[in-house]
Write a protein that binds this ligand. Structure first.
Ligand SMILES: O=P(O)(O)OC[C@H]1O[C@H](O)[C@H](O)[C@@H](O)[C@@H]1O
Length: 533
């Protein structure tokens, strides 16, 4: 932080705000970096790196293999501008998918396509990661009393979580449309959720296939299941769309359209923002300005966390959505030269002013290891507000708390960015998503990493598969033995070395009576004994 910019007098700050504010009236959008302590020389030093980033982005949009590690194109910008797709076939595929989404959802809304219990009333979306976070964010951000269908989600393999959702759907299962979403079509959590839903339908005596839709890549396991079981519909997903940038594909459009949301508005808002973030001048490009601020605040290595504070309840899931988009894109061990860099930017936050009563204490007075991103929404509500004080509404309080926190953080030497939109609607949500998709892509160019693969997620999955394999070995040993055994003894008999995992597995099973295992506690875990129930 350069000395001359530490605490700038108000008048100068206003001048900096007014001259530096990026805004687009047509989009009802503005971006304020005036509370990021970045000197003109620091700005120009970073700006020098952007011509390379802009040209890499132009090549990506033209269809280059930008995801080299997976040998794939990166085409999420084409989803809202099919005419930009590198081939007429791709353009036609995108247009056909949008057409099919609309036709299918209209038939559902009109009751032409219906459940065994009549016109569909509910949607149960089953997916995880990019196949859930986007749909969940949009479903919450744009929900209204006009929604055509009510949305529920399985986004995990937690039996209790699944039961909670199923119990909320119990009386309406016969009018629930199940949408199973998996790009790869092989994600275990999603498969498990599908099987759990099928079991619930079966025990309710309701045929599942006529009420099931798949969204997946052609030929995937999920696609095969949907075909062989005769599901209602399968929508395409493509390898050139990353999970975390798939919300503008069928992954996001099908659930949004079923809910009755304005998917044209979403695509238009995103497309309009894409045009603004294609401008090859940093000062004229809101995504470049954002990436520049991230680079400056984190010294190009993510040394500061991104705290997201939307002052609007509807946007409370935006940080969760951005956790995947930013951290799964930028959190990379190696750069493109194969150098070990351990890059990334940590993202957290929920909403304002609520979070002021939670962790803003630390932001103001504690570790200065973050920069805040406020999202300000100018329109308070649809309709008029009561006065909570003379001439003051609850919306004024919300604005006051946003402006107050921004001021309080600045005064204590904390940087912040403010993104302002007129209101939360399909257009502005599309624009916000597109802004961050581009900013992540540009930032990745600045730090020379591949933002489009996620090698780091495999290790945990592989280890999970080993644990499940070990489980069947351990259970086999316990069931085969009359006497109860310690984890060490089970490991020996199973010819396995990972005793602690065996212990954890057996303790988990023993806590679930239907699994047929009992635990006899000893003084220490090593002395606990496990036997057949
Ligand atoms: O859509 P799917 O293939 O089921 O993948 C769902 C998610 O799982 C993976 O592990 C990746 O971390 C995510 O990028 C992806 O969105």
């Amino acid at each position: 932080m350069s000395a001359e910019l530490s605490i700038t007098p108000q008048a100068e700050l206003w001048a900096r705000y007014s001259t530096g504010l990026y805004r687009n009236e047509e989009l009802g959008f503005s971006l304020d970096l005036s509370r990021v302590r970045m000197s003109p020389s620091e700005q120009s030093a970073i700006a020098e790196m952007f011509p390379m980033a802009f040209s890499a982005m132009a090549q990506l949009e033209a269809g280059s293999i930008a995801n080299k590690d997976e040998g794939r194109m990166v085409g999420h910008y084409w989803l809202r501008a099919p005419q930009l797709a590198p081939t007429p076939e791709l353009e036609a595929d995108i247009l056909q998918a949008i057409f099919d989404v609309k036709a299918f959802c209209q038939a559902v809304h009109e009751g032409e396509i219906r459940g065994s219990g009549g016109k569909f009333t509910n949607v149960l979306l089953i997916g995880i990661g990019g196949s859930a976070l986007g749909p969940q964010f949009i479903a919450t951000a744009l929900a209204s009393s006009q929604d055509k269908l009510h949305m529920s989600f399985f986004d995990n393999t937690d039996p209790d979580g699944i039961d909670l959702v199923l119990s909320s759907l119990a009386s309406r299962l016969a009018t629930t449309l199940v949408v199973v979403v998996s790009k790869s079509g092989g994600t275990p959590e999603t498969r498990n959720g599908m099987l759990e839903a099928q079991a619930a339908f079966q025990s309710a005596g309701i045929p599942f296939a006529p009420q099931a839709v798949a969204i997946t890549q052609a030929g995937s396991k999920l696609d095969q299941t949907a075909q062989s079981e005769g599901w209602l519909k399968t929508f395409p997903m493509w390898d050139w769309v990353g999970g975390r940038t798939s919300v503008m594909s069928t992954v996001g459009l099908v659930p949004a359209a079923l809910q009755g949301l304005d998917i044209d508005g979403l695509l238009e808002g995103a497309g309009q923002m894409d045009s603004l973030t294609r401008v090859p001048q940093v000062k004229e490009n809101p995504a470049a300005l954002l990436a520049m601020a991230w680079y400056h605040c984190g010294q190009g290595r993510g040394s500061k966390d991104m705290v997201l504070l939307p002052y609007k309840d509807r946007l409370a899931l935006f940080s969760k959505y951005l956790q995947q988009l930013v951290m799964e894109s930028l959190g990379k061990e190696l750069d493109r030269k194969g150098q070990k860099v351990n890059q990334g930017i940590a993202v957290y936050g929920n909403k304002g002013s609520t979070d002021q009563h939670a962790y803003v204490q630390q932001l103001r007075d504690g570790l200065n290891n973050f920069f805040a991103t406020f999202i300000e929404v100018l329109k308070d509500r649809h309709g008029d507000s009561i006065e909570v004080d003379a001439g003051v509404t609850s919306g004024d309080y919300l604005y006051g708390f946003y402006a107050g926190t921004r001021k309080a953080l600045y005064e204590s030497g904390r940087d912040s960015i403010t993104i302002t939109v007129n209101e939360v609607n399909a257009h502005s949500v599309g624009a916000l998503i597109a802004l961050y998709e581009r900013a992540v892509g540009l930032y990745a160019e600045l730090v020379n990493i591949n933002a489009y693969h996620q090698p780091g997620v495999e290790a945990g999955k592989k280890a999970a598969a080993q644990i499940l394999a070990l489980q069947s070995q351990a259970v086999e040993v316990v069931v085969r033995n009359k006497a109860s055994l310690t984890a060490d003894e089970v490991a020996k008999l199973a010819n396995a070395s990972d005793v602690e995992s065996i212990y954890g597995i057996l303790r988990h099973l023993a806590a679930n009576p239907s699994r047929g295992i009992v635990r006899h506690p000893g003084k220490t875990p090593a002395e606990d004994r496990f036997g057949k129930l």
